[in-house]
Ligand binder design. Structure first.
Ligand SMILES: Cc1cc2nc3c(=O)[nH]c(=O)nc-3n(C[C@H](O)[C@H](O)[C@H](O)COP(=O)(O)O)c2cc1C
Length: 134
């Protein structure tokens, strides 16, 4: 049976796991609705989720539901969101690098163990032969 950490296809999107972050109002943008470093950090901390649904984002100033909510109607807001998506991608890359390093170290440890066993066997075989000679 599939568990929470199994991959799943959600329509056209392939999710690495089934953890989906709900939209959560944080009001951490500024008065002009420009996403900032604080928001980038918040989303990057949650980069391991299979899917992140962002907080509600205004498409016009009139469309904003509450103060300090982010928007997406001005170029500076788009750039602010790019800072957020880049931070999430960066965090994912770090996680991936850690995983690759872990896998490589496991393989190295396996290879060393195998070699040590081979050497041990050869030594055992060698001492048995010596006994035969004596
Ligand atoms: C735009 C938007 C903003 C939301 N902000 C919050 C929030 O700040 N806090 C919260 O608890 N839920 C918030 N919600 C609701 C959660 O995303 C989630 O849908 C809700 O907790 C549903 O959980 P439930 O189905 O288990 O009741 C928001 C929903 C939307 C659509």
């Amino acid at each position: 049976m599939a568990d929470l950490f199994d991959q799943i296809d959600l329509g056209a999107i392939a999710l690495p796991n089934r953890i989906v972050m709900a939209p959560l109002t944080r009001a951490r943008s500024n008065r002009d609705g420009v996403p900032n470093a604080l928001m980038a950090e918040y989303y990057a901390q949650r980069a391991d989720a299979g899917l992140i649904i962002s907080e509600a984002t205004g498409i016009t100033r009139e469309g904003l539901g509450w103060p300090n909510a982010p928007g997406l109607w001005a170029k500076c807001q788009v750039q602010g969101w790019q800072q957020v998506t880049q931070a999430v991608q960066g965090a994912l890359t770090e996680t991936l690098q850690d995983k690759v390093e872990e896998m490589v170290m496991e393989k190295v440890a396996e290879a060393v163990q195998k070699k040590a066993e081979e050497v041990q066997q050869q030594n055992d075989h060698g001492s048995a032969e010596k006994k035969d000679v004596l």
